[in-house]
Each structure stands twice: as structure tokens, then as C-alpha cells.
Design a protein around this ligand. Structure first.
Ligand code: ZN
Length: 471
């Protein structure tokens, strides 16, 4: 959430720098933004704005432009994020919502403007500029998604890692654009959004598109396609005709009621939600059973090869025994000699850093980087690994999903740690074998205790491969 708060600040700073607005800043709760008349329309698209951030003249201008004004709270429930405030804990102080505090304080007596969501972008007959080919299975699922679009029904795509989910949604996005509809593609993870943005942009070259997340310095403007973290949806209401949620089961979305609510309210009443996942959460599968969510399954990767099945190794001694456990050291030695790229996954940052230090001593010539959620330079480091500038990358679960590398060996150290759930292990194993040239990349799980999560992950990967063979 810190990232999102930073985004809010950057949003205002950028406004000032670009000379498009003038800001008179007293403090964060009394920002007063002067918006030029011709820029008002850029705020359109179901954006929620606190009226205290606007002058009265601006509020009137926006309202004349088809927007509406609502109380910030009804029955102590915040209109922006849906959190109920406990008024009694404020003891005479002004009551505000703590749920969405990071997007700016809103007080009990505030008014919110929800900008006009009836936006048009002009029709395009052939919006898709991607020239690739879908496999038959991908094409079948993409057609099902288009059917759901015309029926205004939600749809879950349960596809194995490396199935080509992004390409599968291209025909749906194209169909929506042809109908002058607005699309949002969201993920709980900033890294996934950053990876998606250039791919979507290249596939729809003639369509307006923007990327918003806690680390982006792009100011909000209404585009036909928006790529954003799920957090950003807190600031929207009935904004999107097609709302695609990638990696729906990943942290921090999984189990976060406020974010799940944000997804529901950001969709237009006749819009559709598309959920993409290799490991869908139970609440979505329950909706499938209740027949209020359509389901498409894809057991096969786009290159038709099976998922690499993890090889499991009992270590007998801790992974840091004699600095680096000899069994692990032997494996790494082989990879270094053969000049093969590899990823090492760790459950926690301190263990990773300790291992990195020992690895550097044992293999002084090995070029490597390490990344974690705390690493501000991780996008750059991931790029170095992708571009073959380093042979190894050490990581926490931050890279368990949404990233694609070619020809790599994946090693999980302390796979029995509580941080490695079944889902995390399946996602991590899914980093291997994604390329057509090396579909049989190896995956190794090292542990001291064969945990239930390891067993469940291995069983599920085998079961998916079995299903794929039947097709
Ligand atoms: Zn709130």
C-alpha cells in the first residue's frame, strides 16, 4: 500500500511539472487543484474524486460534464472502498476512513464525485495489430470469452502456467474495442502489470492505453485500455465494460475483501469480469459450481508440451549446512560448468542473502543477482537475467509468477518452508519449460521434510499433464 500512497504524491507532483494544472498545496488533506476546462474530460471514466481536491468551480464543471456527486459515507460505510468505519474510536476527532487512507483521507461529511463513465473512443474495425497465431485450444477459449462478453457474463480461464493466457484474451479485447467499449487489465502484482504493458501496447498499436501502479509516474487520464494494479480499482466505479483480472489467486488480492469489492464495483452493470489463473481460488470455483461464472480450462501449454514435473530431493541436513549443503552445491556446480541459466527460489530474504554471500565465495566467477519485494532495482535486475547478462537469479516468491524466461533450470531451496504453498510451488515450477526450444527445463525441489504442500503441488502438476494427454 506504501507504493499506492507514493503514486498519489507523484500524481500531484507530475500535474505541477507538466504545467497542465496548478496546485496550491497546504497539506495533503487540503490540496486544491486548478484544472483547465479542456482537461476536465480527461478525468472522465468512472473515476472517484474527493470534492475537497477541487474548487467549487471545478466541481460544477465536472458535474455539468455528466458526473455525479455522492456522500462519502452512508451508514458509516465508505463509498470509495466499502469499509465500515468505527466512529466510536475517534473520540471527538473528525472521522475518516482508514480502509482507503492511502488514497487520501476522506471524512465522514465529505462528498465524492464519480466522473461520467459514458466515454467514447471512436470505433475501429481492425484494432488487433498482433500477427501471431493462436493454437486451436487457445482459439476455442477466446471464442468462449467473446460469447460471455455478448451475454454480459463473468468468465474464469483456468489455464496452466505457460498456456499463453495473454494472447488468448486478445480477440476479446479486440471485440470490445470494435464495440467502442472500455477495458481494464489488472493484476495484484506491479511486476505483472509492468510485464503486460508492452505486450498489450504492441498488440493494440492504435488504441489509447495507460499503465497505472504505485511506482508509475503517469497521471490519470481516460484511455480505452487501462493496465493497473488491483489497488487502483478502489478509485473507480462502474468504469469498465471488460475487466480482466490476471493472477487472481495471488497476494495481496487473495482473501482481501476490499480489493474483491473494488473489482466488483469497477465493472459496469452490463460489463463482464474475466479471471485468469493457473491456480484459481476456491471462491471462484464455488461460483462456477453455482453456475454464475463460466469456466474454460486449458491443460496444455501453447507449445503442446507437458509441464516439467519437479524432481524432489531430501537434503538430510539444512540447506546452509557447511555454508552450502553439498547436494545443492553439486547441482549448482553442474549448472555453472554447463553455463546453464538458473533461478534459485528462497522462502525468506535473510536466508537468500546469506546464501548469496556463500555462493559468491564458492563461485567467484558466477555472475548473479538477487531480487525481493524490498528491492527497488528489481525490474532492472530481472532484465539483466532475461538478457543473459547474469547466469543466475536468486529470488523470493516475488518472481513466482508473471515472468517468462527462456531455457532455465528452476531450483526451490527449503521447499518445505511455510511460505511455499501448493499454489506457490506450482507457479514456481511453471517458470520452467515455457519456451518452445526448451520445453523440458528442469525443476528441483530441495527440502528436509516432504511436506503436504510439496506432495499436493507435484500431484497436481502430474494430474494436469495426464488430463492434457487425454485431449
Ligand atoms: Zn474508504
Amino acid at each position: 500500500m506504501y507504493d499506492e500512497f507514493r503514486f498519489l504524491n507523484v500524481f500531484f507532483i507530475r500535474i505541477s511539472m507538466s504545467n497542465r494544472f496548478k496546485i496550491f498545496q497546504k497539506n495533503i488533506s487540503s490540496f486544491c487543484v486548478i484544472i483547465s476546462m479542456d482537461k476536465i474530460s480527461e478525468l472522465n471514466g468512472g473515476r472517484i474524486i474527493d470534492t475537497r481536491l477541487l474548487t467549487q468551480v471545478q466541481s460544477s464543471q465536472i458535474l455539468e460534464n455528466g458526473s455525479r456527486c455522492v456522500p462519502a459515507f452512508v451508514d458509516d460505510i465508505c463509498h470509495r472502498c466499502g469499509t465500515r468505519v468505527q466512529t466510536d474510536i475517534f473520540k471527538g476527532k473528525k472521522v475518516y476512513c482508514r480502509g482507503c487512507l492511502n488514497f487520501g483521507k476522506i471524512y465522514l461529511d465529505d462528498q465524492l464525485i464519480i466522473t461520467n463513465n459514458e466515454v467514447t473512443f471512436g470505433q475501429q474495425s481492425f484494432p488487433l495489430t498482433w500477427r501471431g497465431q493462436l493454437t486451436e485450444m487457445q482459439r476455442t477459449i477466446s471464442m468462449k470469452l467473446i460469447e460471455s462478453f455478448y451475454q454480459s457474463e463473468d468468465h474464469l480461464v483456468w489455464a496452466v502456467t505457460g498456456a499463453g493466457k495473454t494472447e488468448m484474451i486478445f480477440p476479446l479485447i479486440a471485440e470490445a474495442i470494435k464495440n467502442d467499449k472500455r477495458i481494464a487489465i489488472c493484476s495484484p502484482r506491479i511486476d505483472v502489470c509492468i510485464e503486460l504493458f508492452p505486450r498489450i501496447k504492441a498488440a493494440f498499436e492504435n488504441t489509447s492505453i495507460a499503465l497505472f501502479h504505485g511506482r508509475s509516474d503517469e497521471e490519470y487520464h481516460c484511455t480505452q485500455i487501462m493496465i493497473a494494479t488491483v489497488h487502483q480499482l478502489i478509485r473507480f466505479e462502474q468504469a469498465f465494460d471488460v475487466l480482466i483480472i490476471d493472477e487472481v489467486d495471488s497476494f495481496p488480492l487473495a482473501g482481501d475483501i476490499m480489493l474483491e469489492r473494488a473489482i466488483e464495483k469497477s465493472k459496469k452493470p452490463n460489463g463482464m469480469n474475466v479471471y485468469l489463473s493457473a491456480t484459481p481460488p476456491l471462491h471462484l470455483l464455488n461460483r462456477v459450481d453455482a453456475k454464475n461464472l463460466n469456466l474454460s480450462k486449458m491443460y496444455q501449454r501453447f507449445h503442446q508440451h507437458p509441464l516439467p514435473e519437479p524432481k524432489t530431493h531430501l537434503l538430510f541436513k539444512p540447506s546452509n549446512f557447511t555454508k552450502i549443503n553439498p547436494r545443492l552445491k553439486f547441482r549448482i556446480e553442474q549448472l555453472v560448468k554447463l553455463h546453464e541459466k538458473f533461478m534459485l527460489f528462497f522462502p525468506r530474504i535473510p536466508e537468500m542473502l546469506e546464501f548469496e554471500s556463500n555462493l559468491r565465495k564458492s563461485f567467484p566467477d558466477l555472475k548473479m543477482v538477487s531480487v525481493s519485494s524490498k528491492d527497488a532495482d528489481r525490474i532492472n535486475k530481472v532484465g539483466m537475467f532475461r538478457n543473459d547478462e547474469v547466469q543466475a537469479i536468486l529470488t523470493t516468491t516475488i518472481l513466482e509468477r508473471g515472468v517468462t524466461f527462456h531455457q532455465i533450470t528452476v531450483i526451490v531451496i527449503d521447499a518445505d518452508a511455510k511460505e511455499f504453498s501448493k499454489t506457490a510451488l506450482i507457479q514456481i515450477a511453471g517458470r520452467a519449460g515455457r519456451s518452445k526450444d526448451s520445453p523440458d527445463d528442469e525443476v528441483h525441489f530441495y527440502y528436509n521434510y516432504y511436506s503436504r504442500q510439496i506432495k499436493l503441488a507435484c500431484d497436481e502438476i502430474k494430474s494436469v499433464n495426464k488430463q492434457a494427454r487425454k485431449k
